[in-house]
Design a protein. Structure first.
Length: 102
């Protein structure tokens, strides 16, 4: 697969987009199908950048990655709970002050 760059018209504005295709004709057809036949503003030009496949993680790397994501999630949950408790405490203090004023 080759990488092609082309400009297309989307709601009156020119937008550069990338498409992966076997040939320039195939790239043109994909863009015309996706954005409409009159939306192609320039012909697709091939970018000479090689595509590198992403290597899958080993089971050990995958486990570490999963644990990191869990840690981030728990940290966010902890912060949210602390904030919620601070807000609840402040609301109770406001109610206490308002009742003492009245």
């Amino acid at each position: 697969m080759n990488k092609y760059v082309a400009s297309v018209r989307v709601k009156g504005q020119l937008v550069k987009t990338v498409v992966f295709a076997e040939s320039q004709l195939h790239a043109r057809l994909i863009l015309q199908y996706q954005f409409g036949f009159n939306s192609l503003a320039s012909t697709p030009t091939q970018v000479s950048e090689a595509i590198k496949p992403i290597q899958p993680l080993t089971p050990q790397q995958s486990r570490i990655d999963g644990l990191k994501r869990q840690k981030e999630t728990v940290t966010k949950q902890l912060k949210a709970e602390r904030d919620r408790q601070k807000i609840a405490k402040a609301q109770q203090q406001l109610i206490k002050v308002q009742s003492s004023v009245n």
